[in-house]
Write a protein that binds this ligand. Sequence first.
Ligand SMILES: [Zn+2]
Length: 260
Amino acid sequence: MNCPYCLSEVAEEAVVCKVCTRDLYLFKPMMAKLAELENQLAGIPNQEAYEERIAELEALVEDHESKRVNNRGLKETLFDALLFLVLPLILLLGAHDIITVVYDTKMVYLRIVSMVLPLPFGYFLFKGIKRNVLPWFSGAVLLAICAVIGMSWITSLVDQSPVFPQNAFEWREVLEYAASIAFSFLTGMLIGRIIYNQKHQRRTASVGPLMKFALGIFGEGDLSPEKLHNLMKKVNEYGGTVVALGTTAISIYTGLKHIL
Ligand SMILES: [Zn+2]
């Protein structure tokens, strides 16, 4: 330790500085405390090291997550397909049965049910696990086709009408109806993905060179890193929402345009 007056070296046990002969008695506890704090401070890793470690751990979690998805076995996938594709199919056919055969009410109710019912299934399918959109959307298309054919089949049993569409107009109507079911499911999937991403958001948003270039043009080059980061966050947050709104609009349009 050093003397606080003359800065010369003094022994730990000394109560008086032998160079300037001043009393160190009052200073000693304070200096001991200071030395202790300095030691503690040196033991704390800096902010940058923390951030690095967090990014490292996040990458690990993401890696683990993707492995979990890829390792989802056939049994689990079959179970998911049963729960999220076959169950809504059965419910849709049941709704069709109740609305058109039992109560013989307006088709518009069936169309609305068909647009609303698949959405939560898509949502819960994608909310908790990162899945691939394409295979599951293909599944949703299959679900929609089965639902439409099934409904047509049930109707044919009741009034002996043909199962498959007879002319171009009927074909178009059936295809649009199937599309409204599939897009409702897709909307649910995308909303689920948004929720998933919000929960698993990486703290450090990486900006690709192309994005930087595009932002440079629109931001007239005076974009601070902070502004850039905020903009990226907005794109991340609202991009998925815009897509989901779009598919909802498609679902409503295709489902109702001939009826309203
Ligand atoms: Zn001294």
